[in-house]
Design a protein. Sequence first.
Length: 367
Amino acid sequence: MYLNPTLKEAYSKEHLTAREAQAKAEWIAWGPIVFQVSRLMKKFGIFEMLRNSDNGMTEAEVAKEANISGYAAKVMLEASLCIGTVLIDPETDRYTLSKTGWCFITDPATNVNTEFNHDVNYEGWFHLEESLKEGRPAGLEHFGPWPTVYEGLSQLPPQVQKSWFGFDHFYSDSSFRQALETVFANKPKTLLDVGGNTGRWALQCVGYDKDVQVTIVDLPQQLEMMRRDTADKPGADRIDGYGMNLLDASQSFPTDKHYDAIWMSQFLDCFGEDEIVSIVSRAAKIMDENSRLYIMETLWDRQRFEPAAFCLTMTSLYFTAIANGNSKMYHSDDMKRLVEKAGLQVETIHDGLGQGHSIMVCRTVGS
């Protein structure tokens, strides 16, 4: 198994003492309430109060300013003390914000992950065991009767949609600039954006290159959202849509024109291995020696920092219980194997884009 050197050091040997290991085991046991207390300390503004206080705050001061009972302030502050998000001065009983607490409210990725996990995943993960045993997203029933989250995305409650798209866009948007440089180095005139969702990448493309024509392939209901979101935006006249169910192996990619570039961003992680082979195989059928398929994914094994790999492997369980029941954040060895099984070869891999993205550049065999 390939691992970035940092991950190899972290995951191939023991680093904890017995006492540290026991403490981590307790963290796992109490993980749900650690999450909820920390989320509410932020929501009630308590972390921010402590951050802005010159000399810290007492329980009574926190209760008054947060407009909560003294009991609520006490249990949350004591729990946060043991979690490590606040500190206390034993001489004055005044609480201050710790480094971890500061990171919890200021780190953009942590904020996005917190909202995503609470609004989208938290209750659905109660059905994780069922999902793992049955190979279906049993937790999705919390929101609706759809076979996958993608059919129901436009019907999710507004706050859930906000957190879902916030999570999706945060990680993809940070990579756009470098991704555009990679894709347009070959000066494509036509680009097929597979799973283009709301059209954010397509808008970036037509803004980056004044001549490129972009076709978005997605479910018909997603294309409706895309048209609303791109309407009247600069370059929108060079964006069109092609509706198809990518899970239906009998449906083919458009053949009305030659596509110089085919783009799949944070898309193949939405599917199981057989489905990936099916999708990439159909892409390969409309490619020639001058075409390139660009697959942008957050491949967990190629992350420079261990917390990023942690977030990605945990995200796999969102796919298990909520999204579709059979996909994940992939290891690069697995993605490369599936690309080759679909009849293409990996030409090169660009790492370190944005929030830990990689781009696999694929071509037809022998080209």
